[in-house]
Design a protein. Structure first.
Length: 570
C-alpha cells in the first residue's frame, strides 16, 4: 500500500531536557566556565562508527550547538597496533554525513605526545609515578580482586633518578615490549581497582599512522584522555557509563598535575539496541570472518552500513533524540529506529513501481503495437514533488503474489473473472490463464476498460484491489536485496547460557532477488536517494549497481510494528 504523507512538522522532535543538559545549563547560570561550553567526541580510529556512536555524536555536538559552544573531534590514536588512516577517514565522513561539523577543531591525541611525555616526567619527579618491571601475569596477581586489596609492586619505591633513567630508556627503544611500564603511584588498597597504581605508559614498537616511528612508548587511554581534555580546555567531558569508575582516576591525574583546566567528566548510559551487537570486537569479528561483506554491509549497525542501506541522517538524529539520555542502561527496540526512519522516508521518498517477482499479464483488447504515457504522482503528500510519465503497453508485469487462480475468501487482488485497478492506469479483468506442462502459470490474460484511464472509473464503480505494475517493453532489469535483522535473538549479547552470540545470526538476514523489473524512471537513480516501491517498502540504489543491471537495497518495509504497539498502548 502507498503510505500517506505527513508534514515535516509532524515528525519533528524537540530536544527534551536531560540530566546532562541540566548540568550544562546550571554551569552557564553560575558562570562556572565563564560562559563557555566545549564538548568533544573522541573516537578511537580502530574501527568504523556505529549507531551507538551516533548517539554520542548527537549529544556532544547537539549540546555545543544549543549553547553557542564548540565540539571538538579528537582522535584517541594512542594504540598504533590497531589504528589505521582508513578508520580516521571513515569517522570524519560519518560525522559530516550526520550533519555535524567540527570546523577548525580537529585534534589528535598524538598532537600531544610530547606534552603527555613531559607530564609523565613531572609525575616521576614528584614521586607520583614509577617504572614497574612486573610481568603482565604478576601485575594481575599483585592487583588484588574486588574483595581483596592489592599489594605494592617491589619496584614501587625506586628512586626518582632511577625511574627517570628507565623511562628515558623506554622512550629511546632500549627495551622490548612488556619489559617495563610506567605506573601512577596512588593506592594499591583502594576499593576502586582503577586506582591501584594504574599503568599510564607502555612500550609498543609499532609504526603510528601519523607519527611514524618517532615514539615507541604510548600513553594509556585513561591518562591521555583527561589530559587531552584539559589541554583543549573542554568544559564537559561526556562519556558512556563504563567510565564512571574511571572518573576518580581522571580527576586524580588532573589534580596531581595541577593543570589550568579541569573538565567535568559526566557519564551516560550507552545505547543497546535489539537484534544487533555494538561491540567493536564483535563487529570486527563479523567482518574479518566474512559473516558480512564488510564494515558497510547494509546489515551492519555501522553508520556506513546504515547509509548504504538507505538510512537518512535526519532519521538517525530523530532516533537519538527520542531515546534520550539516561543513567541506567536499557535495551531499545530496533522497531523504534525503523519507525522514525519510515516517518522520515515517507516525507522525502518518491513513489515508483517495481515488480520483485514478475508475472506477465497480456491485455488482449489493448491495441497491439500501441503504447502510451500515463501521469504518476511522485509523492502524494508533497505538492512540490511533481509528477512523472510512466509508459504503458499491451503487456505488463505484476507480482506473482497478486494473482491466484483459486483465491481464498477475502483475496481482493487478481483472479479469474475479478476486476482490479492498475495504479495510475486502467481497470483490468482476468479472462484466462496460460500454463506450462507442469501446471505453472506463465501468463495471465486480461481485458481492460479504456474508460478508466488514470485508474478511475467514470461510473464510480468500486474495486477493492489496486496493483502496481511495469510495462514489459520498458521495464529495467534489477537485482533487489531484501534485508532483515542480523540476529534472531533480541539480545544476542546475553551469553549467560554460554552460547556464542554468532549462534543467533539470522540465516535469512539477506535475500537476493535477481529477476526484478523496475520502471524506466529509475535508470538514472542516484546513490543514496530514497524511493518507495509501491506496496513493497523503501529502497535505494546500491554501490554494486551496474548499467546493465540495477541493484537496490530494501531500507525498510512498510509495516510499522512500533506504530501499532504505540497505538495499542494508548
Amino acid at each position: 500500500m502507498e503510505t500517506p504523507n505527513k508534514s515535516e512538522k509532524e515528525t519533528e522532535t524537540t530536544s527534551a531536557s536531560d540530566f546532562i543538559r541540566e548540568i550544562v545549563a546550571q554551569d552557564l547560570v553560575s558562570n562556572k566556565h565563564k560562559g563557555r561550553v566545549a564538548t568533544r567526541f573522541p573516537p578511537e580510529p580502530n574501527g568504523y562508527l556505529h549507531i551507538g556512536h551516533a548517539k554520542s555524536i548527537c549529544l556532544n555536538f547537539g549540546i555545543a550547538n544549543e549553547n553557542s559552544g564548540v565540539c571538538h573531534l579528537r582522535f584517541d590514536d594512542t594504540n598504533p597496533s590497531k589504528e589505521e588512516t582508513e578508520y580516521v577517514e571513515s569517522i570524519m565522513t560519518d560525522v559530516k554525513w550526520l550533519g555535524f561539523n567540527w570546523n577548525e577543531h580537529l585534534y589528535y591525541a598524538s598532537d600531544y605526545f610530547q606534552k603527555l611525555y613531559q607530564y609523565a616526567v613531572q609525575m616521576i619527579k614528584e614521586s607520583k609515578a614509577y617504572v614497574c618491571g612486573l610481568s603482565p601475569q604478576e601485575t594481575r596477581e599483585y592487583r588484588g580482586t574486588l574483595t581483596e586489596p592489592g599489594k605494592n609492586s617491589p619496584y614501587r619505591d625506586r628512586s626518582v633518578e632511577e625511574n627517570l633513567d628507565l623511562f628515558e630508556r623506554m622512550k629511546a627503544g632500549e627495551f622490548e615490549e612488556g619489559k617495563y611500564v610506567l605506573r601512577a603511584k596512588i593506592d594499591m588498597t583502594s576499593p576502586n581497582l582503577n586506582m591501584r597504581d594504574p599503568v599510564i605508559y607502555r612500550i609498543l614498537k609499532a609504526s603510528h599512522h601519523r607519527t611514524g616511528d618517532k615514539w615507541c612508548i604510548y600513553p594509556m587511554y585513561d591518562y591521555a584522555h583527561c589530559l587531552s581534555d584539559s589541554i583543549e580546555r573542554i568544559t564537559h567531558s561526556i562519556c558512556t557509563l563504563e567510565f564512571e569508575d574511571h572518573r576518580p582516576l581522571y580527576d586524580w591525574i588532573l589534580d596531581e598535575l595541577r593543570v589550568d583546566a579541569h573538565p567535568q567528566q559526566i557519564e551516560f548510559a550507552r545505547l543497546n539496541i535489539s537484534n544487533t551487537v555494538l561491540s567493536k570486537r564483535k563487529l570486527l569479528e563479523l567482518v574479518k570472518q566474512n559473516y558480512v561483506s564488510g564494515w558497510d554491509d547494509p546489515r551492519m549497525p555501522t553508520i556506513s552500513g546504515l547509509r548504504r542501506r538507505g538510512y537518512t541522517p535526519a532519521a538517525i538524529r530523530t532516533f537519538c533524540e527520542r531515546i534520550g539520555v539516561a543513567k541506567r542502561e536499557s535495551m531499545v527496540e530496533i522497531a523504534l529506529l525503523e519507525h522514525g526512519l519510515r516517518e522520515n522516508l515517507n516525507l522525502c521518498a518518491e513513489r515508483v513501481m517495481a515488480v520483485l517477482n514478475p508475472l506477465k499479464v497480456v491485455i488482449d483488447n489493448y491495441p497491439e503495437g500501441t503504447e502510451e504515457e500515463l501521469e504518476a504522482v511522485n509523492n502524494p503528500g508533497d505538492t512540490n514533488a511533481g509528477t512523472r510519465k510512466v509508459p504503458f503497453s499491451r503487456e505488463i508485469y505484476i507480482e506473482q503474489s497478486d494473482f491466484l487462480e483459486t483465491p481464498p475468501k477475502g483475496f481482493f487482488r487478481l483472479s479469474p473473472g475479478k476486476e482490479v485497478r492498475l495504479k495510475h492506469a486502467y481497470y483490468i479483468t482476468c479472462v484466462s490463464v496460460v500454463k506450462n506442462e507442469s501446471g505453472e502459470i506463465l501468463e495471465v490474460h486480461c481485458t481492460y476498460d479504456p474508460e478508466t484511464r488514470g485508474g478511475w472509473s467514470k461510473d464510480e464503480r468500486m474495486v477493492k484491489g489496486t496493483l502496481h505494475w511495469v510495462s514489459t517493453k520498458h521495464a529495467l532489469d534489477a537485482e533487489v536485496r531484501l534485508y532483515e535483522h542480523l540476529f534472531t535473538k533480541a539480545n544476542p549479547n546475553d551469553e549467560k547460557d554460554g552460547v556464542d552470540y554468532k549462534t543467533y545470526l539470522n540465516p535469512n538476514s539477506l535475500q537476493v532477488l535477481n529477476s526484478c523489473k523496475v520502471e524506466p524512471s529509475l535508470a538514472n537513480a542516484p546513490l543514496g536517494k530514497p524511493y518507495q516501491f509501491l506496496r513493497q517498502g523503501y529502497f535505494c540504489l546500491d554501490l554494486d549497481s551496474q548499467t546493465e543491471k540495477l541493484v537496490f537495497n530494501r531500507t525498510v518495509g512498510l509495516k510499522d510494528s512500533w506504530a501499532k504497539t504505540e497505538k495499542k498502548g494508548k
